[in-house]
Design a protein around this ligand. Structure first.
Ligand code: GLA
Length: 397
């Protein structure tokens, strides 16, 4: 073998460059090419908690298609906690045979037969949040099993982690998924407790940035649950960590679960779209009112969520209960939310300079809920916003 000094000068440079590249590479780099826009789908937890079954999941898959949600972009059907009961003598994870009599692969096959993708849930600790078996120590075995079942999406929780380090625990499962040979979206669910936005970009495709959502306009639970406005506030400041393939996740949607008014659900959905948040419906989509169906399938709002630039909108003004949020879009236009957190209707205005535009620019204002242009040649925008409501518009120069 030739030693470095005996190589021709050009070869020496190439070799040194290659070494530098290897040194500069992170230990785990997520190169799965998935979730280039925020993932969309349905998850069982918010409405059904542990009451999951083959019948429920297959019924949800049917409803994603028949309700038009699939056409609107919803793709992943995810079973959350409680599908698993034990491990067998070889350590393989065992599904609840009563609730899933044909096994998990049969459910995955059914979901795939509808042209949808299939997701599942586990936990980086020794047990899930409902104390079912967790993934700790079985990462590679579980990843191989998930790949064999046809899993396309894994949500990985953070209960029962004891003294584990979060970044290395999630990096281990990320590596196991990569080595499983199947492209699997990796959704980290450690509730923002160790600031995953600082370390998870090369490990997962999305990470929960907040504790669990609860179906209330405003609430702070002792166990960490947050109402809508609490989550909105927690997202402020995380803008720079979002982008194609790696998303802040303010948790799944509560739209349609009954704890908020339809005005509040429109605010919830609009803010998630402004955030470029994953849109995982969490209601009983087999039985939805036309209003809830209309919110979840608003294609103009969803286009803002799925904008290819992948920017998370930011708060540019807060005057007490009255706020202005803006998101830059790939075509140079802006999506804007005027948010009224008060109990009274209130007029809120925005100047173009707050959006990063020159004062004298003229623009078309398009209302994303009324589905029409509401001003042309405009040099500012103002609207009377309902209590707990939004005006959600695009400003197109
Ligand atoms: C945690 C997660 C929830 C859900 C439950 C299941 O609380 O944050 O989204 O997955 O566990 O037990």
């Amino acid at each position: 073998m030739k030693t470095l000094p005996s190589l021709r000068p050009r070869c020496r440079w190439i070799l040194a460059g290659a070494c530098l590249l290897v040194i500069a590479m992170p230990a785990f780099a997520l190169e799965n090419g998935l979730a280039r826009t925020p993932p969309m789908g349905w998850n069982s937890w918010n409405k059904f908690a542990c009451n999951v079954s083959e019948q429920l999941i297959e019924g949800a898959a049917d409803a994603v298609v028949s309700s038009g949600m699939k056409d609107a972009g919803y793709t992943y059907v995810v079973i959350d906690d409680c599908w698993q009961v034990s491990r067998d003598a070889e350590g393989n994870i065992v599904a609840d045979a009563q609730r899933f009599p044909n096994g998990i692969k049969a459910v995955a096959d059914y979901v795939h037969s509808k042209g949808l993708k299939f997701g599942i849930y586990s936990d980086a600790g020794t047990g899930t949040c409902q104390n079912r078996p967790g993934g700790r120590g079985y990462e590679y075995q579980d990843a191989r099993q998930y790949a064999a079942w046809g899993v396309d999406y894994l949500k990985y929780d953070w209960c029962n982690h004891s003294t584990q380090d979060s970044a290395s625990s999630y990096a281990l499962m990320s590596d196991a998924l990569k080595k499983s040979g199947r492209p699997i979206v990796f959704s980290l669910c450690e509730w923002g407790s160790t600031k995953p936005w600082l370390w998870a970009k090369d490990i997962g495709n999305l990470w929960r940035s907040t504790g669990d959502i609860v179906d209330h306009w405003s609430k702070t639970e002792k166990w960490g649950g947050n109402g809508l406005v609490q989550i909105i506030d927690l997202m402020d400041g995380l803008e720079s960590y979002n982008g194609p393939g790696h998303w802040n996740d303010p948790d799944m949607l509560e739209v349609g679960n009954g704890g908020m008014t339809n005005t509040e659900y429109i605010t919830h959905f609009s803010m998630w779209c402004l955030f470029s948040a994953p849109l995982m419906a969490g209601n009983d989509i087999r039985h939805m009112s036309p209003e809830i169906h209309g919110i979840l399938t608003n294609k103009e709002a969803i286009a803002i969520d799925q904008d290819p630039l992948g920017q998370q909108g930011r708060r540019v003004r807060k005057d007490g209960d009255f706020e202005v949020w803006v998101k830059q879009l790939a075509d140079g236009s802006r999506a804007v939310v005027l948010l009224n957190r008060s109990e009274q209707p209130h007029e809120i205005s925005v100047k173009w300079t707050e959006l990063g535009y020159p004062e004298k620019l003229t623009a078309t204002v398009h209302d994303l809920w009324a589905h029409k242009d509401i001003a042309k040649g405009a040099r500012s925008y103002s609207a009377t916003v309902a209590p707990h409501g939004v005006s959600f518009v695009t400003i197109v120069p």
